[in-house]
Design a protein around this ligand. Structure first.
Ligand SMILES: *Cc1c(COP(=O)(O)O)cnc(C)c1O
Length: 373
């Protein structure tokens, strides 16, 4: 595992607590909502920054049988934990990497005709089989409107004749954000047209947000990521998921400012009256966006139950907060940056970025604590 898990609380500036039971509970909730459709788990980008190994371990023990990653190395890490799970590699297959997929029984999500040709040729030439003696697995990704990755109908026509060389276990597409419902409706139409060419292959199109759409596009398998990690899949409505993440940092110095004194490298914040300022040991290298100290962002930490705004600019390792309205604060105190009072979505909204960026930006050099009931 990476070095960050070795960081002890007394050595670290920030403490990231990940509630694995809440991740499992969120997966169970989605599974119930999805009824007959299987519920997989997207664990790319180190399980959205929270730690692929502990997250896959917890979900696999809870019965999750299908995992999605972006890259082959992530698939290899998941395979070490989940020997019999289906593992799909979403970013397709780079040239000359087919043996990696075969060695770890990873299913490449094939996105172009050259990828289909590479995988088909590798399977045909080597004659490799899975441990059960079957053809090696693969998925097809269809392009239905995002114009990033996937086969268009024309590509499918050119690649489909090779599909007997491997075992197509899944066809999929990626939908727009749930708020673009009209786009999603068109995407489903396009998906249906392509699906008609492979009518017996299980299908998957739903990310977290799509699971909650009226259109109910669940098909055979859903692929939630963000919602598993406590992000709100239904922005603007109460979050049905349990919170997973808590981020805390230490106060390293407290000082009293006279009116007119300034804070930060750019000297952008001026004390309007006597203020009590605390410098905390977290900065943009810990995933604290610089936009949080914009005036009017509403960005704040919680100190002794009180909201204390970020002020004066976020440095790489430090940021100041105005703790004048909190109780007595001293060196060594802990403040909450994300947690019960400030959700990932609140934090992201204050910073003007997405909650996905928040999650994947955390955990670079924190002490990580994993909670499990
Ligand atoms: C990341 C990803 C998902 C998960 O999306 P969430 O919005 O986090 O649920 C699903 N499918 C694909 C193809 C992805 O890349």
């Amino acid at each position: 595992m990476d070095v960050t898990t070795e960081v002890t609380p007394s050595e670290a500036g920030t403490i990231l607590t990940v509630d694995l039971s809440a991740i499992v509970a969120n997966w169970q909730t989605l599974r119930l909502i999805c009824g007959e459709a299987e519920c997989g788990a997207v664990v790319k980008a180190d399980a959205y920054g929270l730690g692929l190994k502990p997250v896959v371990t917890a979900l696999y023990e809870a019965g999750c049988k299908t995992f999605f990653v972006a890259h082959a190395f992530e698939g290899r890490a998941a395979r070490a934990i989940a020997p019999d799970a289906a593992i799909y590699v979403l970013n397709g297959m780079r040239p000359d990497t087919a043996p990696l997929y075969a060695d770890f029984n990873l299913a490449p999500v094939l996105c172009s005709v050259p990828e289909i040709e590479d995988w088909g040729q590798y399977c045909a030439v080597t004659g490799r089989r899975t441990a059960e003696g079957g053809l090696l697995p693969a998925a097809f990704r269809f392009e239905t409107g995002l114009n990033q990755l996937g086969l268009k109908p024309y590509d499918l026509e050119h690649g489909i004749h090779l599909s007997h060389l491997f075992d197509i276990r899944l066809i999929m597409t990626q939908l727009a954000h749930a708020k673009h419902e009209a786009t999603i409706t068109k995407q489903i139409e396009k998906f249906e047209i392509m699906r008609a060419k492979l009518p017996n292959v299980p299908a998957s199109i739903a990310h977290s947000g799509a699971i909650f759409l009226e259109a109910n596009p669940l098909y055979d398998l859903v692929r939630p990521g963000y919602a598993l990690y406590g992000g709100n899949p239904v922005p603007g409505r109460p979050n049905p998921m349990k919170p997973v993440v808590r981020l805390e940092a230490q106060v390293i110095q407290v000082r009293i400012l006279e009116p007119g004194e300034r804070v930060g490298e750019d000297q952008g914040w001026v004390a309007r009256g006597p203020r009590r300022i605390s410098t905390i040991s977290a900065g943009f290298a810990d995933g604290i966006p610089q936009s949080l100290t914009r005036s009017g962002s509403g960005g704040a930490v919680i100190s002794q139950g009180k909201r204390c705004p970020y002020i004066g600019g976020v440095g790489m390792d430090l940021v100041a907060v105005d703790t004048s309205d909190s109780g007595y604060v001293e060196r060594g105190d802990i403040v909450e940056l994300i947690g019960p009072s400030i959700t990932i979505d609140d934090f992201a909204a204050a910073a003007g970025i997405s909650g996905y960026e928040v999650l994947t930006g955390l955990g670079q050099r924190c002490h990580r604590k994993y909670q499990k009931l």
